[in-house]
Design a protein around this ligand. Structure first.
Ligand SMILES: [Zn+2]
Length: 390
């Protein structure tokens, strides 16, 4: 997700770049068998739970709760939610306004979203996924301010985490894949960050594997020390750490993520390439970049020409990175679309897909034993012997 912050668009948005092809590609995501360019087990590390909801679920929940929506059919609702072409910041944010008020604050909806998320990922051939979300943005009590213009209710961030854990673990049992979660701090809400790390600690053994920082990258941690304090606590307690950095922001945001927040992975990280010294350092450290190709086009984070995408440099340099969807609801995409684009426009081979998934598994936030089990599953599916050096 590019940004989840209430802020007037102030030149951060990219120009709306016309591309009819995007909507075609996006539409193809659901159906085209030729997109199955890597029909083998995959690992996904960067996907937002609240950006991966089924449209039908939004309609069902709205009906049950008596919330009126401007659209009554899934098709109409899709037309409102889905980004068809690269957008400005304001346009991207408006998409969340379309539906977050429907699901936030509703216990049944939150658990259902988590469960269906696992089913959808299993269908894409994902065997291990880390879903991220802000518990505060799904709450309607003990959160200040109450998001999405909701009335105050009785669903607090702590219970949101329990509901998501329950939905994910029921999904795991039903669909035979592994799903864990990462809790997001929001850059514009430093007052939430301490509670986020406390929730990570509390539910460390019940499905929560890490902490993230999402939102407007111009809000650095020097000006907002509460994020730094939350990350220091995460380090102290052995909570794994990732940070959205260098998506639209410059290399300095990535440097802060790694050096100040002690991030073990970087969300996106494209801006790293603007600082060759930093890039060399991160390559030497084997830093993991969570790359989201289709997302980066529709959010305007990267050049819309896929043949110029930063992940091509990562590939050529044998960097450590994953391919991810980010917000598949808003982009009307699946993970297969990202693989398809990488294959068709960026020269990715089956060998590279295998390599990046092995690197992703090695960089995931599972405990060592479970990580090794995941790696064994991949090695076996890929017909590789475990000693293959990557
Ligand atoms: Zn994201």
């Amino acid at each position: 997700m590019l940004i989840m912050v209430r802020r007037a668009a102030s030149g951060l948005g990219s120009p709306a770049l016309c591309s009819v092809r995007i909507s075609k590609l996006s539409a193809m995501a659901q159906s085209s068998p030729e997109q199955q360019v890597f029909n083998k087990p995959k690992v996904e590390l960067h996907v937002h739970l609240d950006g991966a909801i089924r449209v039908q679920t939004i309609l069902d929940v709205a009906r049950r709760r008596g919330i009126s929506l401007p659209a009554t059919t899934a098709q109409q609702m899709k037309e409102r939610i889905i980004l068809q072409e690269p957008e400005t910041l304001t346009g991207f944010l408006e998409k969340f306004d379309e539906y977050m008020h429907v699901v936030a604050g509703d216990r049944e909806a939150i658990q259902r979203i988590a469960y269906e998320f696992v089913e959808d990922k299993a269908k894409e051939g994902v065997v291990y996924v880390e879903a991220r979300y802000s518990p505060h943005l799904l709450s309607n009590c003990k959160v200040e301010p109450i998001p999405w213009n909701q009335k105050e209710g009785n669903l607090c961030p702590d219970e949101v985490v329990r509901l998501v854990n329950k939905g994910l673990s029921e999904g795991e049992r039903a669909f035979q894949i592994k799903a864990r979660s990462i809790l997001c701090c929001m850059r514009h809400m430093p007052s939430w960050s301490q509670e986020v790390v406390e929730l990570c600690k509390k539910y460390q053994n019940e499905g929560v594997v890490g902490i993230d920082l999402a939102g407007d990258e111009s809000l650095n941690c020097e000006a907002n020390p509460d994020h730094r304090k939350a990350y220091e606590e995460a380090v102290r307690c052995g909570i794994h750490r990732t940070v959205h950095a260098g998506e639209v922001g410059p290399a300095s945001v990535v440097r802060e993520a790694v050096e100040v927040l002690k991030a073990e992975r970087v969300g996106h990280g494209y801006g790293t390439l603007g600082d060759p010294d930093l890039y060399r350092e991160l390559l030497a450290q084997d830093m993991h970049f969570e790359v989201c190709p289709f997302s980066s086009k529709l959010t305007g984070a990267c050049n819309p020409d896929f043949t110029k995408h930063p992940v091509i440099t990562f590939m050529r340099d044998k960097a450590n990175y994953s391919l991810n969807t980010d917000d598949p609801l808003i982009f009307n995409s699946t993970l297969n679309l990202d693989y398809f684009l990488a294959h068709k426009h960026m020269g990715f081979t089956e060998e590279e897909f295998k390599r990046l998934n092995i690197k992703s598994a090695k960089s995931c936030f599972l405990p060592e034993k479970e990580k090794n089990e995941l790696l064994s599953r991949l090695y076996e599916a890929y017909g590789m012997i475990e000693s293959t050096p990557f």
